[in-house]
Write a protein that binds this ligand. Structure first.
Ligand SMILES: Cc1cc2nc3c(=O)[nH]c(=O)nc-3n(C[C@H](O)[C@H](O)[C@H](O)COP(=O)(O)O)c2cc1C
Length: 328
């Protein structure tokens, strides 16, 4: 099933060059104020147009087709639709010449040639616009939780603008490293072993096209530390810690300290350079070159997408925490 969540359930649909992309959201309680301005602002943060991002600029005007009345959720499922207004065909034939680094070939194998191949179809980063829309609804349910993500480096360099300019000038692409910090999550969200909060965050972050790693707190660095360095000293009975190597999670449960995680993205697979592939009609070696509009570094557009992913996961855990309180 292409959906996430238990009590706050989100499904995403649409394609890059089809009529649009959309989010279907079930489990949002009635009476949540949906601020259209905040929703549009979130979508605007994901938009391309700057150096290193695609020149495809979608207005992303959200259409709230159901579940909202007079600015408040009704308790019925929400349907949010974002029309594709700036989609163009770039003349590529991914059914014949699958692009290296893309899902073109595996999609043909999986869907028997019926999947929409245009611009990556349902595998496109375009679908993250719908994720951002669903994230805005989740955020409206979590007014006391602050979620902020930022790009730390691209292509291993902290001088982001210069690194992007170099890659663009060289007709190449870059990956990036991002960090997300979340304040205000109470202690105790999550379950041990089979439903840890960090695993749910990792699952949705890793679902974002092109995301390749998820690291909680000190993450990989912990493998090089000793226990005496790694353990976060407990400073209060509420669980405040002196350091946060754990990234705000112990035993799969939020511990009341900030949740901190990092993700890394791969470099954009479409690059304006010849790439070896196979002609699926003849079976002969062939070459494919991306001439369309692409993000040289899609990590630049990702902070708001990560924030949305985190909000969706947290909204689900918030509802679960409400449902599974100890009996009075
Ligand atoms: C917001 C966003 C924008 C993206 N833009 C592009 C793009 O312009 N060109 C491209 O080749 N890949 C882009 N990607 C990455 C591809 O969607 C992704 O690498 C591809 O579908 C294969 O999936 P995988 O990398 O997860 O295997 C983007 C991803 C995201 C999240």
């Amino acid at each position: 099933m292409n959906a996430v969540g238990r009590l706050f359930r989100v499904g995403i649909t649409g394609t890059s060059r089809g009529p649009g992309v959309g989010a279907w959201i079930e489990g949002c309680p009635p009476g949540v104020c949906i601020d259209l301005h905040a929703l549009q602002q979130a979508l605007d943060r994901r938009r391309g147009g700057k150096l290193g991002t695609t020149s495809r600029v979608e207005p992303d005007t959200p259409e709230l087709l159901s579940g909202v009345h007079h600015g408040f959720t009704t308790g019925q499922p929400l349907l949010i639709w974002l029309r594709n207004r700036d989609a163009r065909c770039d003349g590529q034939e991914p059914q014949r010449l699958p692009r290296p680094g893309h899902a073109d070939l595996v999609a043909q194998q999986r869907y028997g040639g019926f999947a929409d191949p245009r611009g990556g179809g349902a595998f496109s980063g375009r679908l993250t616009a719908a994720l951002v829309a669903a994230g805005a609804v989740a955020r409206a349910m979590l007014p006391s939780i602050d979620i902020q993500a930022q790009v730390l480096s691209v292509g291993g360099r902290p001088d982001i603008d210069a690194a992007v300019a170099d890659a663009v000038a060289q007709g190449d692409s870059l990956g990036g490293l991002l960090e997300c910090r979340i304040q205000g999550v109470p202690a105790g969200w999550g379950e041990p072993l089979l439903d840890p909060i960090d695993a749910r965050l990792a699952q949705l972050c890793m679902s974002i096209p092109g995301v390749r790693s998820f690291e909680l707190g000190a993450g990989l660095g912990l493998a090089e530390m000793r226990g005496s360095q790694a353990n976060d000293p407990i400073l209060s009975a509420q669980g405040l810690t002196g350091s946060n190597h754990a990234g705000g999670v112990n035993g799969g449960l939020s511990n009341g300290n900030p949740l901190v995680f990092r993700v890394a993205t791969r470099p954009t697979p479409s690059i304006p350079r010849p790439q070896p592939t196979v002609d699926l009609h003849s079976g002969a070696p062939a070459v494919v070159c991306s001439t369309g509009r692409h993000d040289a570094c899609f990590a630049l557009r990702l902070p708001v997408v990560l924030e949305a992913a985190a909000a969706i996961v947290l909204a689900d855990f918030m509802l679960l925490a409400r449902a599974y309180r100890p009996l009075p």
